[in-house]
Write a protein that binds this ligand. Structure first.
Ligand SMILES: Cc1cc2nc3c(=O)[nH]c(=O)nc-3n(C[C@H](O)[C@H](O)[C@H](O)COP(=O)(O)O)c2cc1C
Length: 201
């Protein structure tokens, strides 16, 4: 199995280090019901501003509900469909634009939905699964297809499943799958005390 552990200056949490966005999913292994529930629970117990839980999730299970999965797959950009078609589970994340009890915009709702999505990735990895978030899908199409009401913003699709054989991928995606993971230097994005002052270790 291809491991692409994060290269860090000091040791970090093992699940965080092992998470990466795979494309080669095992097409024959479905995600067990208990694990799907655990993924939902992990998101449910994420932090949110004022505890408003400004998120919704729609799950598409290729094994249990192939029709809905096919519709969700069709909303994805072609460059994603080519490998997502083998994933057993897709999750659409949606942010609630306004506070539940007010007409005011909740400016943290997308932040909180993203945090809940991270809980999904981490819970998945901790159970032997992998997760790959995607922004490459038609927002208009998912709103239309899944009857998402006004006031809700589709954020990301997440492909989840077990890692499979690299050979399932086309040549282009095989190359991407085996490419080393990269990150900017710590001093690029992490400041100390004021904007632009790089942290020195
Ligand atoms: C909001 C969001 C949108 C993304 N969209 C796509 C996408 O459409 N297709 C894709 O293959 N990867 C997509 N990715 C995955 C990123 O390319 C990936 O997380 C990044 O390159 C870092 O790699 P890693 O997750 O393996 O550490 C997306 C990730 C996020 C968080």
């Amino acid at each position: 199995m291809l491991e692409k552990k994060a290269l860090t200056k000091v040791e970090i949490n093992d699940v965080l280090a092992r998470r990466w966005s795979i494309r080669a999913f095992d097409p024959n292994k479905e995600v067990e019901k208990e694990k799907i529930i655990a993924i939902c629970e992990a998101a449910r117990w994420s932090p949110s501003s004022a505890g408003d839980e400004p998120w919704n999730f729609i799950l598409f299970d290729r094994f249990k509900d192939p029709e809905s999965f096919a519709k969700a797959l069709d909303c994805l950009s072609d460059y994603n469909q080519i490998w997502v078609k083998y994933a057993p589970l897709l999750i659409l994340t949606i942010a609630r634009d306004k506070w539940r009890n007010s007409e005011d915009l909740n400016r943290w709702s997308q932040h909180d939905t993203g945090a809940a999505a991270m809980s999904i990735y981490i819970q998945a990895v901790s159970m032997g699964l992998m997760a790959h978030p995607m922004g490459g899908f038609s927002v208009e199409k998912v709103i239309d297809e899944f009857e998402i009401p006004d006031g809700f913003t589709p954020m990301a699709m997440i492909a989840i499943g077990y890692q499979g054989d690299l050979e399932i991928l086309d040549d282009y995606n095989k190359k991407r799958e085996t490419a080393p993971r990269k990150r900017r230097d710590l001093s690029d994005n992490f400041y100390y005390g004021k904007w632009g002052k790089a942290i020195e270790f």
